[in-house]
Design a protein around this ligand. Structure first.
Ligand SMILES: NC(=O)c1ccc[n+]([C@@H]2O[C@H](COP(=O)([O-])OP(=O)(O)OC[C@H]3O[C@@H](n4cnc5c(N)ncnc54)[C@H](O)[C@@H]3O)[C@@H](O)[C@H]2O)c1
Length: 266
């Protein structure tokens, strides 16, 4: 084995910034809450899951909120502003992809379609709409939409999740250009497969763990902290010239062509 070379790290400072994260009780959202907290931020986690919220750090403010309800989103944003005086970063992350979404469209239940649309798409819109009012007043703010590799390119049986995720990418582009002259940046992050409860629940639908891992050129799943770090960089002032665009954090998945030789199975 060659001697390992030094690697680089970034230290983030988010002292006193107010960060609102949806779906912060689990997986990627939880890592985003924890990493921002560790960098000095005031963190508000909005999630439907009050049970899972009990294991959040007591330094994270929990606000129970179903993002598919515009009223709930309004209350969550208003309470954050009342208590902390503003919103510096909104991370739209709460979304669902239950195994029953893995069907060709003609076999998909309309109820599942409606649930996905209301949480994964309308929820992002409601949270942004409420937060942008405050950000326009402040003349500052960053919104990060967590989209997906499946918003860029598709596979069989993701007939609703994928198109809605591409909508999250376009939301960021549209809001990014709309609010650029107000000092507000909007971007999206598109993860490859990340080891979270959501991904684990659908692992068989995606061909099993080793197949899914092997489709990623780096040869592993991502971990939630790796998405959190991308979000922190994009929402920091070091990314001040970056807006209305998407960052794929996917271990090379998106660049791997369908006609490429598959990697030998490990
Ligand atoms: N895990 C992956 O492989 C992967 C890949 C690409 C994109 N993503 C995206 O990353 C984001 C987070 O996914 P994850 O894997 O961490 O999922 P997860 O299931 O681990 O966590 C999702 C969180 O959202 C909350 N939530 C669900 N519905 C809600 C609602 N209506 N209102 C408020 N909160 C709600 C859940 O309670 C949970 O805490 C999602 O937008 C997902 O589409 C995940």
């Amino acid at each position: 084995m060659p001697k390992s070379r030094p690697v680089g790290h970034i230290r983030y400072d988010n002292t006193d910034r107010v960060i609102l994260v949806t779906g912060g009780c689990s997986g990627i959202g939880r890592a985003i809450c924890e990493e921002f907290l560790a960098s000095g931020a005031v963190v508000v986690c909005c999630d439907v899951d009050a049970e899972n919220a009990k294991s959040l750090s007591p330094k994270i403010t929990f606000q129970q909120c179903d993002t598919s309800s515009e009223d709930n989103c309004h209350v969550a944003v208003e309470k954050t502003i009342e208590r902390f005086g503003g919103i510096d970063v909104l991370v739209n992350n709460a979304a669902i992809q239950p195994p029953e979404t893995y069907h060709p469209l003609h076999e998909l239940s309309t109820d599942v379609w409606r649930r996905l649309l209301s949480i994964n798409f309308s929820g992002y819109t409601y949270m942004a709409k409420c937060s942008l009012k405050q950000m326009v007043q402040q003349q500052s703010g960053v919104i990060v939409n967590i989209a997906s590799a499946q918003g860029h390119r598709t596979a069989r049986e993701v007939g609703v999740y994928g198109p809605i995720k591409s909508g999250n990418i376009m939301q960021a582009r549209q809001w990014g250009i709309e609010y650029a002259r107000h000092g507000i940046r909007v971007v999206s992050v598109s993860p490859g497969a990340i080891d979270t409860p959501l991904a684990r629940a659908c692992i068989e639908e995606q061909g099993g763990a080793s197949e899914l891992i092997n489709r990623h050129p780096v040869g592993r799943l991502g971990n939630p902290t790796e998405i959190a770090h991308a979000v922190m960089w994009l929402s920091s002032n070091d990314a001040a010239f970056i807006t209305a665009t998407d960052l794929e954090v996917d271990g090379g998945l998106g660049a791997f062509a369908a006609f490429a030789d598959p990697y030998p199975s490990p």
